[in-house]
Design a binder for this molecule. Structure first.
Ligand SMILES: [Zn+2]
Length: 396
């Protein structure tokens, strides 16, 4: 089974530098995407609350055609129609997730806080000789190819976005071929408080370097921002500065997590994690900061799709499993284990590092699942293989 290669959808993300003309066109497109999304959301909400009428994707698509014919919305015709259609599809997905109880009710896109992005499908871009040209543009985008696309790859979807720091990105969704190679290891992974992660092998993984210094810089930038007068040019400058520091922190963390998850998946055939839901842990206020820093959710998402790509077993053990209080040597349960206890001695004489012991217990519980499927829940079959999970991937 190992020789079989598989094709996965994978997104490759790059920075690019638009011309003034392209930047203006994209800004217009982002605005129209947001407007169409919000109008369709309003129409669907109103139809349901007032008339108990379900409005699906096709109906919103017909609405869009109507809007374009009106005088006040005629400007919608000036941008490529594909990103507008895609916005309606994204809204449809948001509703599907809501009905499946995977997400809350879809919310309106705000001008300031929402991600500025537009999605183009094959009919709305041309990719030729390594050059990408979007609909309504005469020149190809000036992309910084920081790493190569897979040989012969041709993107099926292109997403253009601009972050709060003003940087432009283009993400190309391509088919990529992966040939899973067997790995010898098994590993239990404990989400840390003092460390980002602790492995059952005894290894402790720390947060990215410079994160602490960057956080102090961010706090300073945010204090500066708060002092500036509302609406002033200095405030806009201060906001951009804070956004830049924030973007750098997020970039470094993502890089760090990509390297980490790639290594874990390469080295191990079976990986066991705890099913910690972040919202659950954040209730404990002393943990909140550490959890958000650790980016556990991001880590888990990456681990899920990479394990799937490489044919690894990712097992999740119940979050109420007493991993910290259980002796991994003799199985005795300690009475209580306050968070400040970093190491402890069991009645059997074993001396435990709190986190390593927890990681070992998580591994043992996970392996018990594969043996008899009892007591803990196996990882849910990933419904997010293929496209949507591949979209998470940016750097591999
Ligand atoms: Zn013991």
């Amino acid at each position: 089974m190992w020789a079989v290669s598989r094709t996965v959808k994978r997104a490759f993300k790059y920075r690019f530098y638009p011309t003034l003309e392209q930047a203006a066109e994209l800004a217009r497109t982002f605005g129209c995407v947001r407007l169409v999304y919000n109008m369709a959301l309003h129409a669907r909400t109103e139809a349901w609350t007032l008339r108990r009428e379900g409005v699906g994707y096709n109906a919103t698509s017909a609405l869009l055609t109507g809007w374009k014919k009106t005088e006040e919305l005629a400007f919608l015709n000036e941008v490529s129609c594909v990103p507008l259609q895609q916005a309606l599809r994204h809204l449809q997905v948001a509703f599907t997730n809501f009905w499946a109880k995977r997400a809350g009710y879809p919310s309106f896109k705000s001008k300031k806080r929402s991600r500025r992005s537009a999605e183009y499908t094959t009919s709305a871009f041309r990719f030729r000789d390594g050059e990408l040209t979007l609909a309504k543009m005469s020149q190809p985008l000036n992309i910084v190819w920081s790493r190569p696309l897979p040989a012969g790859a041709s993107p099926s979807t292109v997403t253009v976005s601009q972050d709060a720091a003003g940087r432009w990105f283009v993400s190309l969704l391509c088919n990529d071929t992966i040939t899973p190679v067997p790995a010898p290891g098994t590993v239990g992974i404990d989400a840390g408080l003092t460390h980002l992660l602790t492995l059952s092998t005894g290894e402790k993984v720390t947060n990215p370097r410079h994160e602490r210094a960057d956080r102090q810089r961010l706090a300073r930038a945010q204090r500066d921002l708060a002092r500036k007068e509302k609406g002033s040019a200095n405030r806009a400058k201060a906001r951009l500065k804070a956004a830049r520091v924030h973007a750098r922190i997020a970039d470094r963390r993502r890089d760090h997590l990509h390297k980490l998850t790639t290594r874990l998946v390469r080295e191990n055939q079976t990986l066991v994690i705890e099913d910690l839901t972040v919202s659950n842990m954040v209730k404990n206020r002393s943990l909140a900061r550490a959890i958000s820093d650790a980016g556990w959710r991001q880590f888990r998402t990456m681990l899920e799709y990479k394990a799937d790509w490489h044919g690894r077993n990712l097992i999740t053990v119940d979050r109420w499993f007493p991993s910290s209080k259980l002796c991994s040597t003799c199985g005795a349960l300690a009475d209580r284990m306050p968070l400040n206890v970093r190491s402890w001695t069991c009645r059997c004489g074993s001396v435990h590092d709190r986190d390593v012991n927890a990681a070992r217990n998580i591994l043992a519980a996970g392996l018990a699942v594969t043996a008899c499927g009892d007591g803990v829940r196996p990882q849910r079959e990933s419904s997010r293989t293929g496209r949507s999970s591949a979209k998470q991937e940016t750097r591999g």
